[in-house]
Write a protein that binds this ligand. Structure first.
Ligand SMILES: Nc1nc2c(c(=O)[nH]1)N[C@H]1C(S)=C(S)[C@@H](COP(=O)(O)O)O[C@H]1N2
Ligand SMILES: [Mo]
Length: 314
């Protein structure tokens, strides 16, 4: 492991997770307690009660410090540390998610409703960013399929479109004279991808409320796709017939596609996708890891793409 000065090492990295959560519980702020109180069967060890999932990897988890300080969230700046510095500006409560389009039961859900009406699961997923780094993150969330079933999609619904909140006053990146992306950030999935049991909406990580820089209060997690599919701070989910526009493929269609499935044999035009750097594995002599097809989830998801040319539909 990288040797750092003690002052650089956050307590969360030194303590075991249990000790950390116990300490957190003692020190839990009003927000955490209020959220915990609103949840059925909240355990004593953490703010969010979750059940374990068989979909989790047992690989070493990336430290909370790295998960919350090395982020992409361009609404708050393009540096990896900018979201941790600025995302507190986003007011995440109250929060609603509007679900509309080709559904029998369109609705505007309060976040608390979405959380209390689902059995939260801990999903420890490998995450791979298109830039070439990866992490292992213990998300707390529920299958997107649960929400989809509640709104009863019509037969004509083929895709699901997602939108991040549009809040110029609370998102400095939206005030920039030279914006990196068109806002709001938008993403999409084919309906069968959205219904897949691995696809979740996360409302927490490491057993606690989702930090703002990771997409509070609710964000998408699709572990076999590049990180940019995981749209943060979702305010709207629409069911549509045609493949929706997505932020990065609109910005640079030759570099980023709609599918964005992790694939070591389909390179980005400017760099290889064959290997990755696992965040937290520091040091000069640490080898990059080989990237796996569908980020290692091929057994579960390859079937979704049978017969498709993954070089063309990248
Ligand atoms: N709204 C919004 N969502 C976003 C992004 C963004 O800039 N804006 N960045 C994406 C990218 S490129 C990645 S790699 C992941 C990073 O998620 P994390 O910071 O929780 O690890 O968020 C994705 N979701
Ligand atoms: Mo990314």
């Amino acid at each position: 492991m990288l040797i750092r000065r003690p002052a650089d090492i956050p307590p969360s990295e030194i303590m075991s997770r249990e000790a950390y959560l116990n300490r957190r519980q003692l020190m839990a702020g009003a927000a955490g307690l209020a959220l915990a109180a609103s949840l059925p069967g909240t355990s004593q060890a953490a703010s969010l009660a979750t059940v374990k999932s068989s979909f989790s990897t047992d690989e070493k988890q990336t430290s909370l410090q790295d998960v919350t300080n090395y982020n992409n969230y361009y609404e708050f700046g393009v540096d990896k540390t900018a979201p941790a510095a600025h995302a507190h500006m986003l007011k995440t409560s109250p929060w609603t998610v509007k679900v509309d389009g080709l559904v029998g039961k369109p609705a505007e859900f309060a976040l608390e409703d979405l959380i209390s009406s689902s059995a939260l699961e801990e999903r420890i997923y490998r995450m791979r960013c298109v830039e070439g780094w990866s992490m292992v993150i213990p998300w707390d969330g529920f299958p997107l399929a649960d929400l989809i079933k509640r709104v009863e999609p019509l037969g004509s619904a083929k895709y699901v479109a997602f939108e991040t909140a549009y809040r110029p006053e609370e998102m400095p990146g939206l005030q920039s004279m030279f914006p990196v992306l068109e806002w709001p950030y938008v993403e999409g999935l084919r309906l069968d991808e959205a219904m897949h049991p691995l696809t979740i909406l996360a409302v927490g990580l490491y057993g606690d409320k989702l930090p703002n820089q990771n997409g509070a209060p609710i964000r998408l997690v699709v572990p076999w796709k590049y990180g940019f599919k995981g749209i943060k701070s979702i305010s709207r989910i629409s069911f549509v017939e045609k493949q929706p526009v997505t932020s990065w493929s609109r910005q640079a269609p030759d570099e980023y596609g709609f599918y964005a499935n992790v694939n070591p044999s389909v390179d980005h035009p400017r760099w290889s996708q064959g290997t990755e750097r696992r965040i937290g594995e520091g040091g000069l002599f640490v080898k990059r890891r080989p990237t796996l097809l569908f980020n290692g989830y091929a057994e579960q998801v390859a079937e979704l793409y049978s017969g498709m040319d993954l070089r063309k539909l990248y």
